[in-house]
Ligand binder design. Structure first.
Ligand code: R5P
Length: 316
């Protein structure tokens, strides 16, 4: 592809995220260029960016399966700077490594802090969706970039649920999910609550339902992320045992590792809805418009606007 020093901001993307990149670039009016990637026989990567870049550059990389992508970000961001980028924004609809936010046992890496600092050395700005911020006050505490924007999938998931279920009962599977459940429930006046969760291992969780009438209710479990699926599966088992008429699942980030979807089906879950922050068959909501609007606002402040829309905004 022919590349020129662009006057309008450029969105760089990797091939497998082309559909999202096209939606975002079109909605935000950005020039769009792919990053070419070559894998050498020994596993090392070579990236190729457009040979000249304008001052404002946006990189789209959602960070499921994050480890190799973090090396890509290092290579791409530092190269973009040498090619002309002065203000570099990372759009990571799913932001990895946010759940390990303390050392649960002595000696454990606090991944959120380490990865957050790493990203802040590469990028001026970050836009993400429903990051798992539990014990920190805001995104910039976890990722200390100059500009940080947090979007949420909860309102759009709520709108979808309102079209699919009559008087649903919205439940979060654990205390952390209360933030998203509260937003989604308020939007349509849904009854809501949260469960108590104890995690004993990657695939072992123990849940307790809230003290609410469950029998006959159409329950939708809402969470930021489903990984092994054990959290929502265990909630579904308890709900169906308590007489729920149906249990569906709505998540922002459809990680669904391994046989997670099968685990959900066997637990009795009906529908599974997710946003397109991570491409998955369950995607029912696009975040492209919200991301584009956030980008326009952020880039509007320009290179001199490093203190621009600023700290943290909840845009949707
Ligand atoms: C943790 O608090 C998150 O919000 C999710 O509930 C959790 O990561 C889901 O993990 P899994 O699907 O493996 O149970």
């Amino acid at each position: 592809m022919q590349a020129h020093a662009a006057t309008k901001p450029v969105l760089l993307y990797f091939e497998e995220e082309q559909p999202s990149a096209e939606r975002i670039a079109q909605a935000a009016g950005l020039a769009l260029f792919p990053i070419e990637r070559h894998r050498f026989p020994d596993g090392e990567l070579k990236l190729r960016l457009p040979p000249a870049l304008g001052p404002q550059v946006v990189l789209l990389r959602t960070l499921n399966d994050p480890n190799e992508k973090l090396v890509e970000l290092l290579l791409a961001a530092q190269t973009a700077r040498t090619l002309g980028a002065q203000h570099l924004t990372l759009v990571a609809p799913y932001l990895a490594y946010m759940r390990q936010d303390i050392a649960f046992q002595a000696g454990e890496a606090i991944s959120q802090r380490v990865i957050g600092c790493f990203l802040s050395t590469l990028f001026d700005a970050l836009i993400t969706v429903d990051p798992h911020l539990h014990r920190v006050a805001n995104l910039q505490e976890a990722v200390p970039v100059t500009q940080a924007i947090v979007l949420s999938g909860a309102p759009l998931l709520s709108d979808l649920i309102a079209t699919r279920r009559q008087r649903p009962l919205l439940l979060g599977p654990d205390a952390e999910s209360a933030q998203w459940v509260a937003v989604a429930a308020a939007r349509h006046g849904f009854d809501h609550g949260v469960c108590q969760k104890m995690r004993h291992g990657d695939h072992a969780v123990q849940l307790e339902l809230p003290d609410m009438a469950i029998a006959g209710r159409q329950v939708v479990l809402l969470d930021d992320v489903a990984s092994t699926g054990q959290t929502v599966a265990q909630a579904a088992r308890l709900l169906l045992a308590a007489g729920a008429a149906s249990v569906d699942v709505a998540v922002t980030h459809a990680l669904f590792a391994g046989d997670a979807l099968q685990v959900l089906r066997e637990a009795g879950v009906g529908e599974v809805w997710s946003t397109d922050c991570i491409a998955h068959d369950s995607n029912a909501i696009s975040m492209a418009s919200a991301i584009a609007a956030a980008l326009v606002a952020l880039l509007d402040t320009g290179i001199n606007g490093k203190s621009g829309p600023g700290a943290q905004s909840l845009l949707s």
